[in-house]
Design a protein around this ligand. Structure first.
Ligand code: FAD
Length: 468
């Protein structure tokens, strides 16, 4: 074997640049190609990866290994605990298999970049060439202002991003051509496998692709109006696949272009595309501002805030027992499925950082430990946005009123009924904020916080910060 493709958070055979180009090269040179997967369970645990995400990861790896076997591409597994062990382990593996070229797609988070750098350094000592491809961003180059600086505000970023995008060839790359006769179906088991909601997210990139096209055919045009209502199946729920790279962002683009073309509208105006731009935006922030990956707020002055960090409140929030039905329904959705609707991520994070006045880093970590789509850049971005510590964040005086959010976005209370069954019999009016007697009857807790006071306290704290 001459060429080896190292797969990490890019668990797909479609539109996978490293795999695609390595396969081409191998065929052109009439040499063999193999794939390497390096599970690092202890490292994932250190990164606070949820069981749900690890479970989906295991499932995706298995399906992918089968697809690759059909294409005559063998998959090797090299399991170590942590990233630190990889340079040595991979180099030894390459030497033992006579590998001359290692191909991989650039992984963006800081720790992953350090890992890759260390691996390349070690390989270079043995004249093994590393080929690095861009796969994870829609616009892979730095998106910079006219002054050459990274954008700190989304809208100007988006405008520049769209201009750059229009100049690119974004056609997804084909699956690699068969390299040899099909291999026997691999039968792999991992000690680190976890259960997850595979009824909601089948561990299979072809299903993910189908889901993408169905979404674009049927729902993309209603997305703008419907996306804020958690009871509606109006968003794509593709985030777990995007987070693990079972779906590439350019595949999403292809579907958006097609749909907009069919509907004779400009792709630049697609609201769904804008959400994918947010994904790029937060990833670019993470790359340009490495301190974000070190638990630092974007706005350094917010380090002076003194968070309340009440343990009992934290516990109630985690368990979905705050006494605010919409918050509790959301937290239970997270705990039960590994996913939470975007509107509710904002509601629960605002509740946490403003009303509980708890340190956003604790909320960020809890989300990460539960989310099936947990992903550093978007999660950190979302939390810092909610806490008003981030760039282009919510203004600090804009504190979500959970009851009002509930009345607006879950008007009939159906989402609450689904996840807080003890309130299922309440009418659409009282379910958002049950009376004390109703709470008692339903066995539902009293609010852990007085909204008005808590809101005022949070605003005061930020006001004081501003006054110095
Ligand atoms: P859709 O509405 O269909 O959007 C399509 C895709 O665009 C998503 O799958 C996602 O990849 C991307 N996207 C959408 N909104 C955002 C956004 N605000 N920021 C970045 N990317 C976005 N998203 C994650 O993927 N992982 C996280 O760990 C994560 N943590 C979050 C934490 C908080 C506090 C908040 C407010 C948001 C967070 N988000 C996170 C962003 C967003 O909530 C989810 O991406 C979205 O809910 C996923 O559902 P969907 O696939 O149906 O999204």
């Amino acid at each position: 074997v001459e060429h080896l493709v190292w797969l990490r958070n890019d668990l797909r055979h479609l539109d996978n640049p490293a795999l695609h180009f390595a396969a081409k090269e191998a065929r052109a040179q009439n040499t063999q190609l193999a794939v390497l997967i390096t599970p690092t369970p202890a490292q994932w645990a250190e990164h606070n990866e949820s069981d749900a995400k690890t479970g989906l990861r295991a499932g995706l790896i298995k399906t992918l290994a089968k697809t690759l076997a059909q294409l005559g591409i063998p998959v090797h597994f090299l399991e170590v605990d942590s990233f630190n062990q990889l340079p040595e382990a991979i180099t030894q593996f390459c030497l033992s298999q006579q590998i001359k070229h290692l191909w991989f797609n650039r992984d963006l988070p800081v720790h992953e970049q350090q890992r890759d750098h260390a691996v390349c350094e070690q390989l270079a000592k043995h004249q093994i060439h590393a080929h690095v491809q861009a796969a994870d961003l829609i616009v892979p180059e730095d998106v910079l202002s006219q002054q050459g600086t990274p954008f700190k505000v989304f809208t100007p970023f988006f405008n520049r991003w769209v201009t750059m995008l229009a100049l690119q060839d974004t056609t997804p790359l084909e699956s690699p051509e068969p390299q040899a006769d099909p291999l026997p179906e691999p039968d792999v088991e991992f000690a680190w496998e976890k259960t997850f909601r595979d009824d909601l997210w089948p561990a299979d990139q072809d299903t993910a692709k189908q889901k993408l096209w169905q979404f674009c055919h049927h729902k993309e045009r209603h997305y703008q109006e419907a996306r804020d209502y958690p009871i509606e199946p109006a968003t794509s729920t593709l985030s777990p696949y995007l987070a693990l790279g079972a779906l590439g962002p350019r595949q999403c683009l292809e579907a958006i272009f097609y749909t907009c073309n069919q509907e004779e509208k400009r792709w630049q105006d697609s609201t769904w595309l804008k959400e994918l731009a947010w994904r790029d935006f937060y990833r670019q922030l993470m790359m340009h501002f490495p301190f974000l990956s070190k638990h630092q707020p974007f706005k350094a002055e917010t380090n002076a805030l003194i968070w309340r960090n009440n343990d009992a409140e934290f516990q109630a929030w985690c368990e979905g027992k705050t006494g605010f039905p919409i918050v509790d329904a959301a937290m239970r959705q997270l705990n039960q499925t590994g996913w939470m609707h975007n509107r509710l991520r904002m509601v629960t994070a605002s509740f946490f950082t403003k009303l509980m006045f708890a340190d956003w880093r604790k909320g960020e970590a809890y989300f990460m430990s539960k989310l099936i789509d947990g992903e550093f850049a978007a999660n950190n971005g979302g939390w810092q946005w909610s806490a008003s510590t981030g760039c282009d964040a919510a203004p600090y005086f804009r504190v979500f009123n959970p009851t009002r959010q509930s009345q607006t976005y879950d008007k009939n209370g159906d989402f609450i009924r689904r996840f807080v069954p003890e309130l299922a019999n309440l009418d659409a009016k009282s379910i958002h904020d049950p009376k004390p007697s109703q709470r008692k009857q339903c066995g539902y807790p009293d609010p852990i916080i007085d909204y008005k006071t808590a809101r005022q306290n949070a605003i005061n704290a930020f006001d004081e910060l501003k006054a110095g």
